[in-house]
Design a protein around this ligand. Structure first.
Ligand code: HEM
Length: 222
């Protein structure tokens, strides 16, 4: 489960006097978010429950992972080795120990802060800084831990390259999710879940207002 931020239209429920202001269930962005914090200006009459549409903002939990620039947050993965024909002029500018970028399997890494911690030493990385260092990286036979660190220092994907997600753990099959560079792709949510997220608060509101209307109805004299 991953936490991401959102901002969007919101529905809030809450108790208030006159115009209620509620904090409750919020939706934001697309697709509708689940378990978000929502703030809504309430339209309660008198003392009672107010609800209304407002702005929902804050953090949301996602049952599925969000994929950004071809990598899943909080996941263990590595890229399949791929040859890159052209060095990137953008990456080539960062080739010192104060500013050290390189490319591994299509992923652009900023290793400046990692240099002093590199078990193989600083110099060996600075030597290949500003370039595609996939061959050198693979030649060492870096561990899975090292491959996961690559994701930590990723700042982008080389233009024109695609990176393939592969589960580093065990001998599982690759996930077959090939993504283009610089594309933000959110997992799709089932229609049922999206429908429930939308309809449950509306249902609550209808039940509440129905109850209010019925409660105010004139008693019948027999
Ligand atoms: C691309 C050029 C790189 C070269 C030439 C290189 C070289 C080396 C060498 C020589 C070692 C020592 C191996 C040993 O003593 O057993 C090493 C270890 C290590 N390197 Fe690199 N390295 C490179 C990039 C990276 C990157 C990009 C990362 C992670 C962001 C990384 C993470 C590690 C780690 C964690 C180790 C400890 C051993 C392991 O877990 O595999 N290295 N590296």
């Amino acid at each position: 489960m991953v936490i991401t931020n959102f901002n969007g239209a919101g529905v809030g429920f809450g108790f208030g006097v006159g115009c209620g202001f509620g904090v409750g269930w919020g939706f934001g962005g697309m697709p509708l978010n689940f378990l978000g914090l929502g703030a809504g200006g309430g339209c309660g009459v008198g003392v009672g429950l107010g609800w209304g549409f407002g702005t929902a903002f804050g953090s949301k939990y996602r049952l599925s992972r969000i994929t950004f620039q071809g990598m899943e947050f909080d996941s263990k993965e590595k890229s399949d080795s791929m040859e890159l024909s052209k060095p990137s002029p953008e990456v080539a500018q960062h080739k010192s120990n104060k500013n050290c970028w390189l490319v591994i399997n299509g992923r652009v890494l900023d290793l400046t802060k990692f240099l002093v911690d590199h078990p193989g030493g600083e110099d060996i990385i600075v030597e290949v800084a500003g370039k595609d260092a996939t061959k050198e990286f693979d030649a060492i036979g870096h561990s899975k831990a090292a491959q996961n660190l690559v994701l930590k220092y990723q700042v982008g994907v080389l233009e024109g390259a695609t990176v393939q997600d592969v589960d580093v753990d065990a001998d599982k099959e690759p996930k077959n999710e090939e993504m283009s560079a610089f594309v933000i792709k959110e997992d799709t949510k089932s229609k049922t879940v999206a429908f429930l997220e939308f309809s449950v608060p509306i249902l609550f509101a209808c039940v509440y207002f129905g109850y209010r209307v019925l409660a105010r109805a004139e008693p019948v004299d027999y």
